[in-house]
Design a protein around this ligand. Structure first.
Ligand code: XIL
Length: 371
């Protein structure tokens, strides 16, 4: 009798372990025949300060992007000095774990070092000097990580919302050919690296068409471009699945790879999308704008899981066009969305919670690749 009970009990435990094993397939295992699954890592993770975080990163993901440490301000803080310390460490972490490294990012109007556009006397540099500085920046960094960084976000956020080129300093000083030059310099420094154009709101029709113009212009001049990155800072109800699908199809039709490079799904009200009368009130951290400081209600947790499932079902349908999906941060507590576009809110954008535990959305995403 006792023996039987033990047998039954151990059978139950065994079945339980088995189902946990199936359920707990990691992201990179689950999507291995579809696309790479990446994560943006912060400095503490690059330095491997927290063992649990590093373990989660290396077990779940097969691609790494530095969330900040390879941006101009950090890697090239002064005109004549570079800081490779963190990027070097990132390469070590990636190499030890056989991960695909994305270099983010070479030419961007934000998080730039001071003085990039000024001469010693304080005057603004001319176009020839900008070209020299871009060449030095790109050749030095891409050259150093030749063969290690497999794909570069060469130019980031060069478009305005209406699809015209953003009137950044790069554009004002260098004219529209600054984009071509950036891609050419990157290609010279590492002919084997993939080169990408990356931006947000890449699903909005006007901006999408602007990105398509950038790609076609490069292609018409014989300049190498391998893919576009749709950042993917999305919400529960935007963009629509149709908008995402159309964008994927239109970019892929150019003969290039499509990537979702900075995925996070905010559950909070988006002040940019709210048509309130009082414009000044929009960016304040009011209780209305920060509804879940103590935890996410189950109903919203489920909504988030459903939204993630819908998005990944769509990605899977177009797995032949998508080469990588990268999450912008490891867990909810580290998401930049807690501070953008309003500081000090509590958002729940990612697949792991603040204690590193997989959320309902994690299981829902894995579920999309189950037979
Ligand atoms: C963000 C980082 O996540 C933050 O830590 C930083 O303070 C600001 O930049 N588009 C990009 C990313 O290409 O580099 C940005 O990352 C988010 C928007």
């Amino acid at each position: 009798m006792k023996k039987n009970l033990i047998l039954i009990l151990s059978a139950i435990v065994f079945a339980g372990i088995q189902s946990i094993n199936i359920e707990e397939k990691t992201l990179k295992e689950a999507f291995k025949d579809h696309y790479l699954i990446g994560v943006a890592v912060n400095r503490s993770q690059i330095l491997q300060r927290n063992e649990a975080e590093v373990k989660l990163i290396t077990s779940q993901f097969n691609s790494l992007t530095a969330e900040n440490d390879m941006k101009w301000a950090n890697i090239h803080p002064k005109i004549d000095s570079f800081n490779f310390e963190y990027a070097d460490k990132l390469m070590e972490l990636a190499q030890a774990n056989d991960m695909f490294v994305v270099g983010h990012t070479l030419v961007w109007h934000s998080q730039l070092a001071r003085g990039v556009f000024t001469n010693e006397d304080g005057s603004t540099i001319d176009s020839a000097e900008l070209t020299r500085r871009m060449k030095d920046h790109i050749h030095t960094i891409v050259g150093r990580y030749k063969g290690k960084v497999k794909g570069w976000d060469v130019v980031n956020e060069a478009l305005a919302e209406d699809g015209t080129l953003r009137k950044s300093k790069f554009f004002e000083i260098g004219g529209e050919s600054y984009i071509e030059k950036a891609f050419q310099f990157a290609h010279e420094a590492d002919p084997d690296a993939e080169l990408y154009y990356n931006d947000y709101n890449m699903t909005n029709a006007e901006k999408r068409d602007g990105a398509i113009r950038i790609v076609k212009n490069l292609q018409s001049k014989g300049i190498k471009i391998d893919g576009v990155g749709m950042q993917g800072h999305w919400g529960l109800d935007y963009p629509t699945l149709e908008e995402i699908e159309t964008a994927i199809e239109m970019y892929a039709a150019l003969g290039i790879k499509v990537m979702v490079t900075e995925l996070d799904v905010s559950v909070l009200p988006n002040p940019y999308r709210m048509r309130t009368a009082d414009v000044s009130a929009r960016f304040e951290n009011t209780p209305e704008m920060n509804p879940y400081p103590e935890g996410l209600p189950d109903s919203v947790q489920t909504q988030l899981a459903d939204r993630y499932a819908d998005i990944f079902k769509l990605f899977n349908k177009h797995a032949d066009k998508i080469s990588r999906v990268t999450f912008w941060g490891l867990h909810d507590g580290l998401s930049w969305k807690n501070n953008f576009p309003i500081r000090g809110r509590t958002d729940y954008t990612l697949l792991f919670d603040r204690n590193l535990a997989p959320k309902k959305a994690y299981h829902a995403v894995i579920e999309t690749v189950k037979d």
